[in-house]
Design a protein around this ligand. Sequence first.
Ligand SMILES: Nc1nc2c(ncn2[C@@H]2O[C@H](COP(=O)(O)OP(=O)(O)OP(=O)(O)O)[C@@H](O)[C@H]2O)c(=O)[nH]1
Ligand SMILES: [Mg+2]
Length: 391
Amino acid sequence: MFGILKKKLSKAIKSISEKFKEKEEIEKEKPIEEEPVKEQPIVEEHPVVEEKLVEPLEFKPKVAPKPEVVKPKIELEKIKVEKEPEKEVEKKVEKPKKKFFIKRAIERVTRKIIAKKLDESDLLPVLGELEIDLIEADVAVAVAEKIKNDLLKDLAGKEIKRGKEKEVIVAAFKKSLMDILSVPEIDLKKVAAEKKPVTLLFLGFNGSGKTTSIAKLANWLKSEGFTCVLAAADTFRAASLEQLEEHANKIGVKMIKHKYGADPAAVVYDAIEHAKAKGVNFVLADTAGRVHTNKDLMKEMEKIIRVNKPDLKILVIDSLTGNDAVLQAQAFGELGVDAVVFTKVDVNEKGGAILSVTHELKKPILFLGLGQEYKDFEEFDAEKFVNNVLS
Ligand SMILES: Nc1nc2c(ncn2[C@@H]2O[C@H](COP(=O)(O)OP(=O)(O)OP(=O)(O)O)[C@@H](O)[C@H]2O)c(=O)[nH]1
Ligand SMILES: [Mg+2]
């Protein structure tokens, strides 16, 4: 699942790790003795000063050739005067020597634990490539750019302990992806605890998987102990009523239908009335697939919404539509989408549309469709998704 997105992310993680290593190699080749210019003269002068200035200070009293001269006072003063400036010089020289030694020691230890920082110019080529790779994996341009900028902000200039490069890079990716997927969650079980019935209206492009997803959800809700009724509000497409009815019979749930060509808003209304009368937890309303450019069908959807005020409008998106998914999200988003079901994830290796659609709508993905069987339906878990694509 999501093999292509996974591969692209893994490639970027590897490239950035390698950049760190390259930087580290360059650093290793640099001798530690290379000191800032202002400190160098002190180091070079040090041995000369030691020989010339310290030595005379020790030998002077011994070699002094005037023991008989009766002017001890003056002599002492002379020695004192001569000593003082020499001591000063000695101090000046010794201090930097120690400082430099400590500095070198610290640098040696630091080099062991800190990998070289990467700056923007190191990261930009790798991140530029990542951006293109993400777009190839169905990540919308705006989202790919956001990921690139997040990583740049997070990693440029960051000091990383040696051996921890990959961990830190993966964490930066995770932070960025989780930020995109961090939208208010919807827990259907909690919603059902507060309201009865809960009306879920399914909408989406032709063939995106609305009817199949409704059947899968009815099956899931039943297994979770909830009751539901299906509303056959696709009165438009040939064989749509029979298709939903077959599912209803297989799963063992009631379906409310009118004739073909009937007003879909009325079908949903009747299903809600039935649910109210029977104390059913959920009404799952199927609708005809539509293109946003078809004004009549979009108006019809507006009427279904106006009349029935569904609790959640769920957009079903076929993940195979790739970057078109964002266009669909924008078009249907105008109707006030509350959540998304992503279908055909089993046959789509790209996965980037999950990020793009969430970023566009700022609404949660509730389920992933993973096949044609009822059981091929999984609650979407953002963290699980991110861990998967970064593993
Ligand atoms: N592999 C796979 N196929 C799916 C999935 N969901 C739906 N399908 C298939 O996609 C096709 C269309 O599914 P439908 O549920 O009829 O789609 P729809 O949105 O109701 O279509 P219209 O009502 O015509 O707009 C069917 O062949 C389904 O079996 C899925 O998660 N994985
Ligand atoms: Mg359908």
